[in-house]
Design a protein around this ligand. Structure first.
Ligand code: BG6
Length: 492
């Protein structure tokens, strides 16, 4: 779909996200043939920058990413502008600048407002945008909000109310950058484009699903935000929950935004609130070693209070009470300072009811004996090395003696990169969808609220915090009586 002429206004344009992600993604899009030449970026923030300074910062960021110097310089001079908001938030000056640019470039009034701001000021910024009448123009106007959307259910509802005072739901694009990853979108293709898997995708054939998102990095320079937020809010309520809904949803009636989002919301509504005493474990990293490097404890990181109780790891067991999934545990595990960066979904199928291959030749029943029968697993790796592996048993060569056979686990593997080359950056995909007006990969208001509803009981400080050494996989979940499997299988 061609991208129509518009002004892309970035609030918080002096920040890291704008430099690292937004400007490069817009550059790529605007350099591509599908885009009208008349697409412009107006950065705005409190800092007293000039157009030239903004362009210089953007030029440097694009040069660092290896883009050709001449093209970059030309694009920055032609397409980038900056308007200072000042400490008081001069929205009249911003409105005048937008009007001038639109007149000068003969733009139809199409505007995207991207809030690349601390979440605490989303509401007040939208009020100022609205009070200045920026959302009313002769063309389309869209509002883009980064996660986190709210701090809990109540604040998410209140934020949604504020946004809806000025923008319709169709105009609001809530970004969860995981949804822009090719491999996350591929979950839909994988599930609904292959009848072979879909027919097994239920409680009859699947024993458990594990979603694990591990990072080797610590909190970095973001302690100010992260220590207030914690890992549940930072990763689980949004990214992991999105993965959960895509794995568990029913086939949508069409590959269309609301049909897909309706199904995702149904999953969330059917998911039972986890019990803080039995279904959850929180952890916080201590001093340890990651990839051979000794790293400090979370509490010793810059700007983290020495007595912080903020969790940097969450393990969670969720159950979905519907016909497809009743009784199948969905185990979510995610943390910082773990041995490696990896996002995986492990679907463990039911094992064979009886194994014929035990040493000694006597059939054994997996749940009743020390039986070696291994179930099939589908491992979907979302990053890095995107692809999937289907694990199954084969006969180990030369292992037939006395009527027995040794089995060995092997896998069929598919690598995204081998097949298609490098995958595009999530932000490029998401920004293209914003500009072309496709809300499929964005989170709807009811989805956000249903997700907070699920996790609200865990925000009351009842979940005990377990320390874990940096460079390890984090604490185990309490084991339910009916669940004898370890939580570590996704890392095997
Ligand atoms: C962000 C979180 O949303 O996602 C960060 O705020 C986290 O804390 C990041 O590091 C992980 O994203 P990715 O794409 O690197 O897995």
């Amino acid at each position: 779909m061609p991208i129509s002429p518009h002004l892309f206004v970035i609030f918080g344009a002096t920040g890291d996200l704008a430099r690292r992600k937004l400007i490069p993604a817009l550059y790529h899009l605007m350099q591509s043939r599908e885009v009208s030449q008349n697409c412009f970026v107006l950065g705005t923030a409190r800092s007293d920058w000039s157009d030239d300074h903004f362009r210089e910062v953007a030029r440097e960021a694009l040069r660092d990413q290896g883009h050709p110097e001449e093209e970059v310089a030309e694009w920055c001079t032609r397409n980038l502008f900056y308007q200072c908001l000042g400490d008081g938030g001069d929205y009249d000056a911003l409105r005048n600048r937008i009007d001038r640019l639109e007149r000068h470039f003969d733009l139809p009034g199409n505007r995207a407002f991207y809030l690349s701001l601390p979440p605490g000021i989303y509401g007040s910024t939208v009020e100022q945008i609205g009070d200045a009448g920026l959302h009313e123009s002769g063309g389309w106007t869209r509002l883009v909000v980064e996660k986190p959307f709210g701090y809990d259910l109540e604040s998410a509802r209140s934020l949604n109310d504020t946004l809806h005072r000025y923008f319709n739901e169709e105009q609001i694009y809530r970004i969860d950058h995981y949804l822009g990853k090719e491999t996350v979108q591929n979950l839909l293709a994988f599930r609904f484009g292959n009848a072979i898997f879909e027919s097994l995708w239920n409680r009859t054939h699947i024993e458990r699903v594990e979603i694990s998102v591990s990072e080797s990095l610590g909190v970095g320079g973001r302690a100010g935000y992260y220590d207030q937020s914690g890992h549940l809010r930072d990763m689980v309520q949004n990214h992991l929950t999105q993965l959960l809904t895509l794995v568990a949803m029913e086939p949508p009636s069409a590959l269309e935004a609301d049909a897909i989002r309706d199904e995702k919301v149904k999953v969330l509504r059917a998911t039972r609130q986890p019990d803080p005493d039995t279904d959850v474990v929180f952890g916080q990293y201590e001093k340890g070693s990651v990839n051979g490097e000794v790293v400090p404890a979370y509490r010793d990181e810059d700007d983290v209070p020495a007595n912080s109780d903020t969790e940097t790891f969450v393990g969670l067991r969720l159950g979905i009470a519907n016909w497809r999934w009743q009784g199948v545990p969905f185990v979510l595990r995610t943390g910082k300072r773990m041995p490696k960066k990896q996002t995986q979904i492990c679907v463990r199928f039911q094992g064979a009811p009886v194994s014929l291959f035990q040493t000694g030749g006597q059939p054994c029943i997996p749940q009743e004996a020390d039986c070696e029968a291994r179930p099939n697993e589908l491992i979907i790796t979302l990053q890095p090395d995107e692809g999937f592996d289907l694990r199954f048993q084969v006969k180990a060569p030369r292992s037939s003696t006395n009527g027995t056979m040794d089995l060995d686990t092997q896998q069929l593997s598919f690598s995204y990169e081998d097949a298609f080359g490098p995958t595009p950056d999530a932000y490029e995909t998401l920004l293209r969808d914003i500009i072309t007006g496709d809300p499929t990969l964005f989170v709807r208001a009811d989805e956000v609220e249903a997700s907070w509803q699920l996790y609200d009981p865990l925000l009351e400080g009842r979940v005990p915090l377990h320390p874990y050494p940096a460079g390890t996989w984090g604490p185990d979940l309490p084991q339910p009586a009916t669940d004898s499997l370890t939580t570590e299988t996704a890392h095997s």
